[in-house]
Design a protein around this ligand. Structure first.
Ligand code: FES
Length: 153
């Protein structure tokens, strides 16, 4: 049995320790918001946070997540929720496929940098490919999230 903590909820799953974490999250646990993109850790669609650090869940084994906190797009972090609000306000998604990974990468960015510059955003988000080219709207939405946070405080 492998014990996982995802979005503050505990799961016991009967899988091989070398199963990719993405398979466990999507196919075994049923949290399908995290997407399978390239399967090689190159596109960012499968990103989740592992103890607040972004990882490509298609290329790491489920055993690497034991004893750690996993945050997926279905989770409840404050930054993630505010980002989702800005994403909707600015109509960021086009086809939408890459967006869960984009939002998770943006969450990791805002968790460590409260007011990122365009350059900070480009550097953090470089591993997240959007074939629809929503990069400028993503950048605008991250800046909008900072504004929303400042209005709340
Ligand atoms: Fe279509 Fe990014 S919105 S791939």
């Amino acid at each position: 049995m492998i014990k996982l903590t995802i979005n503050n909820k505990k799961y016991n799953i009967d899988v091989e320790p070398d199963m990719p974490l993405l398979w466990a999250i999507r196919d075994i646990i049923g949290l399908t918001g995290t997407k399978y993109g390239c399967g090689e850790g190159l596109c960012g669609s499968c990103k989740v946070l592992l103890d607040n650090s972004p990882v490509q869940s298609c290329v790491i084994p489920v055993s690497a997540a034991i004893g750690k906190e996993i945050l997926t797009i279905e989770g409840n972090s404050k930054n993630l929720q505010l980002l989702q609000k800005s994403w909707m306000e600015l109509n960021v998604p086009q086809c939408g496929f890459c967006q869960p990974g984009q939002l998770i990468a943006a969450t990791a960015l805002l968790d460590k940098n409260e007011n990122p510059t365009d350059k900070d955003i480009e550097e953090e988000m470089i591993g997240n490919i959007c074939r629809c080219g929503t990069y400028q709207r993503i950048k605008n939405a991250i800046h909008r999230t900072v504004e929303l946070k400042n209005q709340q405080s």
